[in-house]
Design a protein around this ligand. Structure first.
Ligand code: ADP
Ligand code: MG
Length: 613
């Protein structure tokens, strides 16, 4: 009898399970309904694919996105699994063919869009088939409290109930909110489900928040730093997407755009260009990415603050799915809050919800936004903030995020504090951080002139202090109670309870301020992490293998990561296999892929060893 470990090795080429996978698979194999909450990239697909391959009948996977299905099925077929999909991208003739083959028992796994469950031809098939498992991917889509409510998900429970023999049902999601979790169990009709929530810590992701004065220039800097690598830039609005994409194109960066206002053909063309690595940079609204299974994204920039931590975690989590170090940079700007509040104001306008429900949704959204805002301003560990948000305990220092790695220095801030506080006072405690900073630095902005701020005695008295440094000082003063922030929509700086000890008593003040971090330092951190995580050989062999992968991907017309992921190539360049059986030892190499690509990769390794010894 084949075991789950055999299947894992044979089809997927992995020799061990990741956290949570084994328990989830065991529960399903035991015939127990299961609800698995695991973050993006944790490996949820294997949790239903492995039981599917151990069953005798067929497994249905209900999945919300057309692109997800196509990719997953292509991936499975590449690994030697008989699979197919049914969704709106197929013609009715094509669907008829799939159903005919399915009825003849030719598939182990069928992906299907929820809307298709109710079609008569599919129902006829389902009524006569032996369905072992129904896996519901992105199961949070059933809840209207989640981010991606999909009404057709409500048809899933009745569909399952209509089957002659009830299959075992597994529901999978990355959304942890309690209210959504309850909805999933109830609305999907899960039967006393085994529930598992696994770690949200993505150890290879470096989280960072920046408050640049010029986001556009900052974005360009980041994109150049990662030149040639794959990255996603998320903007809050379509207009933002247009502008950023234009800016990058003007600087000859090969980028594509994606938002709901583009027509279908441009969207799928741009997506293909990005997924296949023809265009390394994707500029998009949050309409892009759900179900995109691209594993070699090296960085995700948020050009704006998103509306909540769930969205942020999900979107940022599209970086580094192959396990190699990747960066998640959030660029905060003062207008972001207003944009998000505007969205909340108009929330539910297009839905059929009654007023009470809308008011409730808005309240939920506001409290989520508040936490997102706190993330942007915390000086504590960003990883700890995220994990705590998702209900997980975490040490308060991870050593690998923008806040933990800032080198602090002790600074005498006595005079600077007096300058800042007196500026806040003279500006009548009526302005936000940005205006105060501009005033202190003597900016020529019209807003200052129009409001007479350029006539304050404190105008321009901190000309030589970099903006970032001033911001850090102000944050320190807030944290220590010398300043405070009032109001949510337009937060104003006001004097804090301890202000007078500085203004009147002139007490000496020492602060620990972050040193301005250099790019070099960041690069070194990333390298260190790389070695920590994988023990990766950074040799020329890795690059050679990447070239070969690219060549093969071109020949076959599939995205490079479907041949092998970066993590697999990295492991290959460390293990340097010489024989077929050694080749199978590489993580991510299954039987099918070994057969298909083994010879060429082994040859390349042999040549490389010869040329380099
Ligand atoms: P999710 O659906 O949870 O976001 P996926 O199922 O798409 O994640 O898996 C993400 C990546 O992790 C894929 O490239 C997959 O091949 C890989 N992966 C899954 N399980 C394992 C494992 N046990 N060992 C190594 N890699 C794995
Ligand atoms: Mg998934």
């Amino acid at each position: 009898m084949e075991t789950k470990t055999d299947i894992l090795k044979r089809y997927f080429g992995y020799s061990s399970f990741r956290s949570g996978q084994e328990q989830t698979i065991d529960a399903l194999l035991d015939g127990r309904d299961t609800l698995a909450v695991m973050p993006t990239g944790a490996g949820k697909s294997l949790c239903y694919q492995i039981p599917a391959l151990l069953g005798s009948g067929v497994t249905l996977v209900i999945s919300p996105l057309v692109s997800l299905m196509k990719d997953q099925v292509m991936n499975l077929v590449q690994s030697g699994v008989k699979a197919a999909y049914i969704n709106s991208s197929l013609t009715s003739e094509q669907i008829a063919v799939v159903i005919r083959r399915a009825s003849a028992g030719q598939y182990r796994i069928i992906y299907i869009a929820p809307e298709r469950l109710v079609s008569p031809s599919f129902q006829r098939f389902a009524a006569n088939a032996i369905i072992d498992y129904v896996a519901i991917d992105e199961a949070h889509c059933v809840s209207k409290w989640g981010q991606d409510f999909r009404p057709a998900y409500l048809d899933i429970a009745p569909f399952i109930a209509s089957l002659p023999k009830r299959p075992v049902v597994g529901a999978f999601t990355a959304t942890a909110a309690k209210i959504v979790r309850e909805d999933m169990t109830e609305l999907l009709g899960l039967n006393d489900p085994f529930t598992i929530v696994t770690g949200f810590d993505r150890k290879n992701l470096f989280y960072e928040v920046r408050h640049p004065s010029d986001r556009s220039a900052e974005t360009l800097r980041i994109v150049r730093e990662f030149a040639g690598k794959s990255g996603i830039i998320y903007c809050a609005t379509r207009k933002g997407v247009e502008e950023v994409e234009q800016m990058l194109s003007d600087h000859s960066v090969p980028a594509v755009r994606y938002h709901a206002g583009l027509d279908e053909s441009e969207r799928s063309r741009n997506q293909d260009d990005f997924v296949s690595d023809r265009k390394p940079v994707m500029v998009a609204t949050n309409a892009f990415g759900m179900g995109i299974d691209k594993s070699n994204v090296s960085y995700v920039v948020h050009y704006n603050m998103p509306g909540d931590m769930e969205s942020y975690y999900q979107e940022a989590g599209r970086a580094g799915r192959d396990g190699t170090p990747a960066r998640c940079i959030l660029l905060y700007g003062a207008q972001d809050m207003r944009t998000q509040l505007f969205f909340i104001e108009h929330l539910g306008e297009e839905s059929a919800n009654d007023e009470d429900t809308i008011a409730q949704l808005q309240e939920l959204a506001r409290s989520r936004l508040k936490q997102m805002y706190e993330y942007c301003f915390t000086t504590g560990c960003l990883r700890a903030f995220i994990l705590n948000y998702f209900g997980e305990a975490a040490p308060d220092h991870c050593g690998y995020c923008g806040n933990c790695t800032r080198v602090m220095e002790q600074v005498d801030m006595t005079i600077d504090a007096q300058k800042i506080l007196s500026c806040v006072k003279r500006a009548k405690e009526a302005w936000g951080m940005k205006v105060i900073i501009d005033t202190l630095r003597g900016s020529k902005a019209a807003k200052l002139r129009e409001n007479g701020l350029d006539r304050l005695t404190t105008y321009g008295i901190m000309k030589d202090v970099p903006e970032q440094r001033l911001r850090d000082m102000i944050r320190f003063l807030i944290q220590e109670g010398y300043l405070a922030s009032s109001g949510f929509e337009y937060p104003k700086l006001i004097l804090g309870p301890k202000a007078w000890s500085v203004l009147r008593d002139r007490i000496p003040l020492t602060a620990a301020l972050p040193q301005i971090e250099t790019r070099q330092v960041r690069k070194e951190q990333s390298r260190k992490r790389q070695d920590q995580l994988a023990g990766t050989s950074r040799s020329g062999l890795y690059d050679r293998l990447k070239e070969l992968r690219f060549q093969i991907a071109q020949e076959k017309g599939v995205p490079a990561f479907m041949v092998f992921t970066n993590a697999t190539l990295a492991d290959m360049s460390v293990k340097m296999p010489r024989t077929d059986s050694e080749f199978l030892e590489v993580s991510g190499v299954g039987e099918r892929k070994a057969e298909e690509y083994g010879e060429r990769f082994l040859e390349a390794i042999k040549t490389w060893i010869r040329d380099n010894s």
